[in-house]
Design a protein around this ligand. Structure first.
Ligand SMILES: [Zn+2]
Length: 239
């Protein structure tokens, strides 16, 4: 299918006549010159179009899950693409200043996803962070860690500098303490959202096989990839 598309664009590419590379065509079985930059652009456009389809399918389901599972939070997801070409493959969830959930995908993330299931799973995972209230919970944990460690420093007769250090360390500890659990929670709920939207979460989670494994590090922010794949498989089996 892709090769046929290449045949159709050959004429345009030859006219452009820059950075030409040989491409095997299906119809003629021969070699034809096609602009490399044109192909890259075409692949990028196809990837973006695929992403738009995924957003159209997944966002309504994520919104529905959000309304069913939460009270008084903004469920109107805003999905944006960071088009800066140098930004590495990444996706994350944040809140705008009115509390609206924003999910950001970098262009590299969209381009490096192997299929629509991976994009759907990543989108479901990020939406799940919002539905599960992970940003406010993380802030609360950081605050609690800060207060506890600063309190211990004071009890131990620490001076002002010691209390400040304890506060920083405590906030960091508090924020990280639940981080891995939140990732697994988001993987589980993300699996549900992906499946309800008509995509395959197990195929989507194969994406974990291609990213560096953080391993089981104490106070690491992300769980080992194997644990993440396992929770996706378990949730998908029960679903
Ligand atoms: Zn996450």
């Amino acid at each position: 299918m892709i090769k046929k598309t290449m045949c159709a664009i050959v004429a345009v590419a030859v006219l452009a006549a820059c950075e030409v590379v040989p491409v095997q065509t299906e119809a003629q079985g021969g070699t034809t010159a096609v602009s490399q930059s044109y192909l890259a652009k075409l692949q990028q456009n196809q990837a973006v179009r695929r992403f738009v389809h995924v957003v159209e399918d997944v966002e309504p389901i994520a919104e529905q899950e959000c309304r069913v599972r939460t009270r008084r939070i903004n469920c109107n997801f805003w999905i944006v693409v960071d088009v800066r070409p140098d930004e590495p493959a990444n996706a994350y969830q944040t809140l705008d200043k009115w509390g609206r959930p924003v999910i950001v995908f970098t262009l590299q993330m969209i381009k490096t996803a192997k299929n629509a299931d991976e994009l759907a799973f990543i989108l479901g995972h990020e939406a799940a962070h919002h539905i599960s209230g992970h940003i406010p919970r993380q802030k609360f944990n950081a605050m609690a860690g800060e207060v506890i460690l600063a309190g211990i420093a004071l009890l131990n007769g620490g001076d002002n500098a010691a209390v400040q250090t304890a506060r920083r360390v405590g906030a960091d500890y508090g924020a990280r303490a639940y981080s891995k659990r939140y990732e697994l929670e988001a993987d589980a709920l993300g699996t549900v959202i992906t499946a309800k939207a008509g995509y395959d979460p197990i195929r989507g989670a194969e994406f974990f096989n291609r990213i560096p494994d953080p391993g089981d590090v104490f106070l690491g922010t992300h769980p080992p990839n194997a644990a993440r794949i396992e929770i996706v498989q378990e949730t998908a089996a029960d679903f």
